[in-house]
Design a protein around this ligand. Structure first.
Ligand SMILES: Cc1ncc(COP(=O)(O)O)c(C=O)c1O
Length: 380
């Protein structure tokens, strides 16, 4: 049997601790992608491990229709941190599932069918979420998908206004596009999106799978614009490395939601991990730390890279560096020669999504490594 779909990287990982991963050969790597942003508190955070171990011993799993303390505690914690009056939650297992549910709930709550989504947007790979994802490379082999989706240029409020009509169930948008190249949505744009959807009776769905949980310096990236979406989706780092997704909804969405379900929804072990993760994010004010260290990183990158790159953009600890040539070789050199792991966002953007608990010393090491690899490339 061969595991397929992913092309494997030439590094075998054995264990992780804080912002570091360790290879089977003992090599150390600074994980500045946080393994797809899934470990906001760093690898193998002891408090999360303890919460998981304790829950594993007591009760590993029971179907979602039986109330259990671990799920109750997580739901309570989510209601403390959820955006505005989004007081209802559907728990699932991944980002694409959280968005899949958001699309279904938007349809059933509005009784309408059309979705508006953004060019360069990414919302996942199951059929519904994939239909609202932009890149044709991800979609073409699986068509036909949901056809009632209109794509508009990201950041263009007039185009959004034109696209949203009386048949629109929802507009799905990332407050900062991640996979699409770290493209921040302006306050004006996100406020216009809030107003336009509200006037049309359509749901505003903020996909915060990548931007949420403090990464941009606030718990949710929509807070920067002072808006409350009808639905906010979360996943990735919510259980600091265990699979979970959450669809946070306002009352009118939850009341109108049609039948939905999933066997592993809100299992006690993953709930215990997420509750422990959120309790640390709150207690240590991790979003504020991400804002401070993110500003430090941006300043240092600006000073070190200057004209060697086309652009440096982002908010908090969500950074995109647009390089002059393709990012693939750079990523490989960073990993192999400097022990720094980062992510791509398209062909020309280097994406940094480190654990939110990094310190200046980690930022310094990465700035130095990126500076060395970009200048080595420029001389070739
Ligand atoms: C903004 C956004 N939405 C949705 C997803 C899909 O999440 P998952 O891979 O957990 O299904 C991703 C994954 O990268 C994402 O970045």
């Amino acid at each position: 049997m061969t595991s397929f779909v992913y092309s494997e990287k030439p590094i075998r990982i054995e264990r992780g601790e804080g912002p570091y991963l360790y290879g089977e050969d003992g090599s150390e790597y600074l994980d500045f992608g946080a393994s797809y942003a899934c470990v906001p508190l760093g690898h193998s955070r002891p408090e999360v491990t303890a919460a998981v171990s304790e829950q594993l011993e007591r009760l590993t799993y029971v179907q979602g229709s039986y109330p259990v303390a671990a799920r109750d505690a997580l739901v309570e914690r989510l209601s403390e941190v959820s955006p505005g009056d989004a007081e209802y939650v559907w728990l699932c297992n991944s980002g694409t599932e959280a968005n899949e549910a958001a699309l279904k709930f938007a349809r059933s709550a509005t009784g309408k069918t059309k979705f508006v989504a953004t060019m360069q947007g990414f919302h996942g790979r199951t059929m519904g979420s994939l239909s609202t994802t932009w890149k044709s490379k991800y979609k073409e082999p699986f068509e036909p998908l949901i056809e009632d989706v209109e794509f508009v240029p990201y950041g263009d409020a007039d185009a959004l206004d034109d696209a949203i009509d009386e048949s629109t169930a929802g507009f799905i948008v990332e407050p900062i596009q991640g996979e699409g190249g770290i493209n921040p949505g302006t306050t004006e744009y996100l406020r216009a999106a809030r107003e336009i959807t509200e006037q049309a009776g359509a749901a505003l769905i903020a996909d915060e799978v990548q931007t949420g949980l403090g990464r941009t310096g606030t718990m949710w990236a929509t807070e920067h614009a002072g808006i409350v979406p009808d639905i906010t989706t979360s996943a990735k780092g919510l259980a600091n490395g265990l699979p979970i997704g959450a669809t946070l909804c306002k009352e009118w969405i939850a009341e109108g939601a049609g039948p939905h379900g999933s066997t592993f929804s809100g299992g006690p072990v993953v709930c215990a991990a997420a509750d422990a993760t959120l309790s640390i994010i709150e207690a240590e004010d991790v979003p504020a730390h991400a804002a401070t260290i993110g500003e430090y990183l941006a300043t240092e990158l600006d000073a070190a890279l200057g004209d060697a790159v086309r652009d440096i953009r982002g908010t908090g600890l969500m950074t995109g560096i647009e390089v002059k040539r393709g990012s693939n070789r750079l990523l490989r050199d960073l990993a192999i020669e400097h022990g720094v792991l980062a992510l791509p966002a398209g062909r020309t953007v280097l994406r940094l999504l480190p654990p939110l608990t990094i310190e200046e010393e980690h930022a310094d090491r990465v700035v130095e490594a990126i500076s060395a690899t970009t200048s080595a490339e420029a001389t070739q």
